[in-house]
Design a protein. Structure first.
Lengths: 372, 331
C-alpha cells in the first residue's frame, strides 16, 4: 500500500512524517506545476473550485509514481469541500484507476472514531507509536507556521532580494529532515534567528493582512506566491490562517467539543452573524481585527466561485467603508494571469502608500499647530 | 396595514405558501416582488458582487424592486430546513449580503431556521418575527398551523404534477384564501408522448425569466416536463441511498435522488439546468453526468444559465435534444 494525499502549503511535510512513522509507505505528489493544473482541469468539472482541480492533478501525478491509496479529509458541509472526496473517487474510478480512498470524516466530537479510522488505516494499535508520530508531526506544523510567519514579517526589510526566501527554504528543509521533536525545535530556532539576524533596511514598511479561503491562502502555487511578492514590494505581511491554527480549531477543539468563540468570530458579528461555511465569516472578522490593529490594508484570497468567500467579498466593502481600511479581493483559477495579478497588487500597494503619506502629512500638520 | 415584502427568488419558490399564509393570517399584507424581468435582473447584477451566481444576483434585484413599497423585508436565514439537509453558504449568508441595499422602516426580518441541535426551525423562527411585529400568541399559533397545512398541501400538489404557480393557487383554495393574480404563465402541462426529467434548483427552473420559460417551451415541443419536485419523496430517498456518503445539501439531495430515478429509465431524457457560478451544481452535476454516461440508457443534457444566455442558443439546443429523443422513440 502506497499512500498519497493532496498538497496544501507545507502540509506534506508533517503528514509524511506522521504516516511514515506509523509505518506506511508514502508517495508525496510533486509540487504543483502547470502540468498539475492541466491534468486536474482536464478531468474535473469545469466549475469545480480550484483546489478540487489541483487535488485531482496531485492524485494523478502520485498515481504515476506508484501510489494506490489516497488519504483525504471529508466534511459535513455546507461547503463543497465535504463532498470533494466523493466526486474525486468517481472521477478517478471512471479513469480506470484501481485505488482505495480513505476519507477522514471530521469526528464531530467523537475522538474515538478518529482513532478507529486511523487504526484501520495503519493496522497499528500500538498507542505509543501513534502518539509519538502525532507529537512530532504537530511540532513540525508549529515550526513551519512559525518560520513562515517570520519570513512574511521580515521579507520587506531584506537588503538582498530573495534572501529571506532562501533562508526559509533552508529552514523548511531542515524541519522536514528532523527526526525528533528536539531537532525540529532546533531547526525552527536556527531559521528564525537567521532571518532576524539578516541585514535590514530601516524603515517602517506597510503592513497588510491576508485573509481568505484556507487552501488558497496556504498554497503559494494557488495564489501565485502573493505573500512573497508583497514582501518583495516592501510590504510586511501577516496571514490570518496557518495550518496549526486551522487544525487546532477545526479538528481538535471540535473533536473535544471545546470549540470556543474565537476573536475573529466575535469581531465579525456586526457584519456576519452566522457561520457561512469555509472561512467566510473568519475573513470578515479578521479584516475587522486587522483594521483595529492599524494595518494599511487587507487582501482577501480565494478560488473563483468560492461560496463562503463570495459571501465575504459581498460584505467587505461595507467593512472597508465603515472602518476605513482598504480591501482587495483576488480570486484564482486555472485561467488567472500572472501579469494581471501583479498589476493589481502593485496598484493596491500604491493605494496604501498614498493613504499612509496622507495620514502622515495630516498628523505632522497637527504637530505644527500644537507646537506654535 | 403592515406590508411584508417577500423577494420572489431563491427559496421563495419552495416556501412561498408557508410564508404568505403565515403573514396573511397575522393580518399583514404580503407583497411579493414581481416575477423576474429584465430590470430586476439587471439591477441585481449591478448591485451584487460579480463573482456571485445568477440566482443570488437575481435575489438582489428582487430586494431592490421592493424598495419603499413595504414596511418589512423578510429574508430568512435558512441554514438547515430538515435533518441532514443544509443550504448553500450563500443562502446562509443571504441576510448579511443584502444588508445595506436598502432598509425598510421596520427593518429586515432575518430569522435563523436551523432544525439541528434544538435550534429554531421555521416555527421558532417565524414566532420571533411575529413577536417583533407585536402579534399576540393566539394569532401566531393559528398562523403557524395554517402555514404548516398550506405547506404540506403545496408539497403534495407539486408531487401530484402541478407547477409552482398552479400548486400555489390550489393551496390557497384549500386554505380558503382568495386566488392571487399573477402573471406567471406556467400552469399544468398538457400530457405529451415524450417525458423529460428536468433537474435544477426550484428557483431556476420555476422562474420563467431565468430559465427562459424552459418548461413551457418543452411542452410546446410536445414534451411533458417532469421536475424533481414531482418525484415522490420515497423515490428520491431511494435514489440517494446509492451514494457512498449522503449529500448534505437539501436541494442537491432532491436533484440527485430524482436523477437516479429518471436515469433508471422512467423518462425519455434528462436535462440538468445549472446556474452560472453555482458551487453545489458543479459537483452535483458531475455526479449526474457520470451516472448518465455509465447507465447509457437515458440521454442527458446540461444547460448553464447566466445573465447573458441568449434565447436562440437555448431553443436550438432544446430542439436538437428533443428531436434526438423523438428519433430514438420511433426506433
Ligand atoms: S470554501 Fe471555497 S474552495 Fe473550499 S470547498 Fe468551499 S467553495 Fe470550494
Ligand atoms: S446553490 Fe448555487 S445557485 Fe443556489 S445560491 Fe448557492 S451557489 Fe447560488
Amino acid at each position: 500500500m502506497k499512500v498519497t494525499f493532496p498538497r496544501m502549503g507545507y502540509l506534506d511535510i508533517p503528514l509524511r512524517s506522521i504516516l511514515q512513522d506509523l509505518g506506511l509507505t508514502v508517495v508525496t505528489p510533486p509540487p504543483c506545476t502547470a502540468r498539475t493544473v492541466a491534468l486536474g482541469t482536464r478531468h474535473s468539472p469545469e466549475f469545480a473550485c480550484y483546489p478540487f482541480k489541483l487535488n485531482i492533478g496531485n492524485y494523478l501525478e502520485a498515481f504515476a509514481q506508484g501510489a494506490d491509496t489516497i488519504l483525504m479529509a471529508g466534511g459535513s458541509g455546507p461547503c463543497r469541500f465535504g463532498y470533494y472526496a466523493q466526486v474525486q473517487r468517481e472521477i478517478l474510478t471512471d479513469l480506470g484507476y484501481q485505488f482505495e480512498m480513505l476519507v477522514l470524516e471530521p469526528p464531530r466530537g467523537q475522538i474515538d472514531v478518529l482513532l478507529r479510522q486511523l487504526a484501520k488505516l495503519t493496522g497499528h494499535p500500538d498507542l505509543r507509536t501513534v502518539w509519538r508520530a502525532f507529537r512530532l508531526g504537530w511540532e513540525k506544523i508549529n515550526a513551519l507556521d512559525a518560520l513562515e510567519r517570520k519570513a512574511m514579517a521580515t521579507r520587506a526589510y531584506e537588503m538582498q532580494r530573495g534572501a529571506v526566501t532562501r533562508l526559509l527554504a533552508k529552514a523548511v528543509k531542515e524541519v522536514d529532515a528532523a527526526a525528533s521533536v528536539l531537532e525540529t525545535r532546533l531547526a525552527r530556532r536556527r531559521g528564525e534567528e537567521a532571518m532576524a539576524a539578516m541585514a535590514k533596511k530601516r524603515r517602517q514598511a506597510l503592513r497588510i493582512g491576508i485573509v481568505g479561503e484556507i487552501y488558497t491562502v496556504l498554497e503559494p502555487f494557488a495564489n501565485m506566491r502573493v505573500a512573497e511578492r508583497l514582501g518583495e514590494m516592501g510590504v510586511e505581511v501577516e496571514r490570518a490562517l496557518f495550518l496549526g491554527d486551522w487544525i487546532r480549531t477545526n479538528l481538535f477543539l471540535d473533536a473535544l467539543g471545546l470549540r470556543r468563540e474565537r476573536p475573529e468570530v466575535r469581531a465579525a458579528r456586526p457584519f456576519v452573524n452566522h457561520f457561512v461555511g469555509g472561512e467566510g465569516r473568519e475573513s470578515v472578522g479578521n479584516t475587522v481585527l486587522y483594521s483595529k490593529r492599524g494595518f494599511d490594508g487587507v487582501l482577501q484570497l480565494g478560488p473563483l466561485t468560492c461560496m463562503p468567500e463570495i459571501v465575504a467579498e459581498g460584505i467587505l466593502p461595507r467593512v472597508s467603508r465603515e472602518l476605513g481600511i482598504p480591501c482587495m479581493t483576488l480570486m484564482f483559477d486555472e485561467h488567472a494571469g500572472e501579469a494581471g495579478i501583479l498589476t493589481r497588487l502593485e496598484a493596491f500597494v500604491e493605494l496604501m502608500e498614498r493613504r499612509r503619506r496622507a495620514k502622515g502629512e495630516r498628523s505632522e500638520g497637527g504637530k505644527m499647530l500644537s507646537g506654535n | 396595514m403592515l406590508k411584508v415584502g417577500l423577494p420572489r427568488a431563491l427559496l421563495y419558490y419552495q416556501y412561498y405558501p408557508y410564508w404568505s399564509v403565515f403573514f396573511e393570517t397575522l393580518g399583514t399584507k404580503v407583497v411579493p416582488s414581481p416575477v423576474t424581468n429584465e430590470d430586476i435582473l439587471m439591477s441585481g447584477v449591478q448591485n451584487a458582487v460579480d463573482d456571485c451566481c445568477l440566482p443570488v444576483k437575481c435575489y438582489f434585484g428582487h430586494v431592490l424592486s421592493l424598495q419603499d413599497q413595504v414596511d418589512v423585508l423578510f429574508v430568512p436565514r435558512v441554514v438547515c430546513d430538515r435533518i441532514g439537509g443544509l443550504q448553500c453558504p450563500k443562502i446562509l449568508g443571504l441576510p448579511d449580503m443584502v444588508q445595506g441595499l436598502w432598509e425598510p422602516t421596520l427593518g429586515i426580518q432575518a430569522p435563523t431556521v436551523d432544525v439541528r441541535r434544538g435550534h429554531a426551525g421555521w416555527e421558532q423562527g417565524l414566532r420571533a418575527v411575529g413577536r417583533r411585529l407585536g402579534i399576540s400568541g393566539a394569532t401566531m399559533h393559528r398562523a403557524q398551523s395554517n402555514a404548516e397545512f398550506a405547506q404540506s398541501f403545496y408539497q403534495r400538489a407539486l408531487e401530484g404534477g402541478l407547477v409552482t404557480h398552479e400548486a400555489y393557487q390550489a393551496t390557497r383554495r384549500a386554505v380558503g384564501l382568495p386566488a392571487m393574480v399573477c402573471r406567471n404563465k406556467q400552469g399544468r402541462f398538457a400530457a405529451a408522448e415524450l417525458k423529460i426529467g428536468v433537474l435544477g434548483h426550484p428557483y431556476l427552473i420555476y422562474d420563467p425569466y431565468l430559465s427562459q420559460d424552459l418548461l413551457a417551451r418543452l411542452n410546446s415541443f410536445g414534451v411533458t416536463p417532469i421536475t424533481a419536485e414531482m418525484v415522490p419523496g420515497a423515490l428520491v430517498s431511494a435514489g440517494n441511498a446509492r451514494l457512498v456518503k449522503p449529500l448534505f445539501w437539501s436541494l442537491g439531495q432532491r436533484i440527485l435522488g430524482a436523477a437516479a430515478h429518471f436515469l433508471d429509465g422512467h423518462v425519455d431524457g434528462v436535462i440538468h439546468l445549472t446556474s452560472f457560478g453555482c458551487g453545489p451544481d458543479s459537483l452535483v452535476g458531475e455526479m449526474i453526468a457520470r451516472w448518465a454516461r455509465r447507465g447509457k440508457r437515458v440521454p442527458f443534457m446540461s444547460l448553464s444559465f447566466d445573465e447573458h444566455s441568449g434565447e436562440a442558443g437555448l431553443v436550438t439546443r432544446l430542439e436538437a435534444f428533443v428531436d434526438m429523443l423523438k428519433r430514438r422513440a420511433v426506433r
